[in-house]
Design a protein around this ligand. Structure first.
Ligand code: FES
Ligand code: FES
Length: 169
C-alpha cells in the first residue's frame, strides 16, 4: 500500500516576491523552485549536493537547493539566477561579465557559479584572486577549466570597485 503523502505549508520570499505553497515534505527546494514556481534557471545535475549547479541563495547564503528540503527553507528569502537579470530580459552585470570573459561553455553550471559569485561579492566586495578561486572551487564545471570563471568574478569585483570610487569622488 502506498503511504499517504501530505502537503505542508511553506512560505518563501522568492526573488523578492512572497510565495505561499503547499508541498510534500520530501520535496527538495530545487524541485519546488523549478516545477512549482517555474524558475528553471536553477539547474540540477548530480542531485546529491556535490556539483553545485543548483546553488541558490537562502537568506544571502549559498545553499545546494537539491540537498535542501523546501520545508527547511520555510520563512526564508530565496534568490535564484533569475533575480540577476533585469525585467527587460537583458543580462545583468554579473551575467554580462561572465559572457564577456567566456566563463561558460555548455552553461549548465553557470547559474550555480553566478549565485556563488553574487554571495561572495556581497560579503567581500573586493576579493583577491585567491579568495575568488576558493569561492568557485565549491562548484564543479566540466567545460571551462575555471580560469575564465575566476577572471570574470575578478573583473566584476574590479568594476564594482571602480563604480564605488567614482561615486565617492
Ligand atoms: S544538483 Fe545540487 S549539488 Fe549537484
Ligand atoms: S560550462 Fe559546461 S559544465 Fe560548466
Amino acid at each position: 500500500m502506498t503511504p499517504a503523502t501530505s502537503a505542508v505549508p511553506v512560505r518563501l520570499t522568492v526573488n523578492g516576491e512572497r510565495r505561499a505553497l503547499d508541498v510534500e515534505a520530501r520535496r527538495s527546494l530545487a524541485d519546488v523552485l523549478r516545477r512549482d514556481l517555474r524558475l528553471t534557471g536553477t539547474t540540477v545535475g548530480c542531485e546529491t549536493g556535490v556539483c553545485g549547479s543548483c546553488t541558490v541563495l537562502l537568506d544571502d547564503e549559498p545553499v545546494r537547493a537539491c540537498a535542501m528540503l523546501a520545508v527547511q527553507a520555510d520563512g526564508g528569502s530565496v534568490e535564484t539566477v533569475e533575480s540577476l537579470a533585469p525585467a527587460d530580459g537583458e543580462l545583468g552585470p554579473l551575467q554580462t561579465v561572465f559572457r564577456d570573459h567566456f566563463a561558460l561553455q555548455c552553461g549548465f553550471c553557470t547559474p550555480g557559479f553566478l549565485m556563488l559569485a553574487t554571495a561572495l561579492l556581497r560579503r567581500e566586495p573586493d576579493p583577491d584572486r585567491t579568495a575568488v578561486r576558493a569561492c568557485v572551487s565549491a562548484n564543479l564545471c566540466r567545460c571551462t577549466g575555471y580560469q575564465p570563471v575566476v577572471d570574470a568574478v575578478c573583473a566584476a569585483a574590479a568594476a564594482c570597485a571602480s563604480a564605488r570610487a567614482e561615486e565617492e569622488a
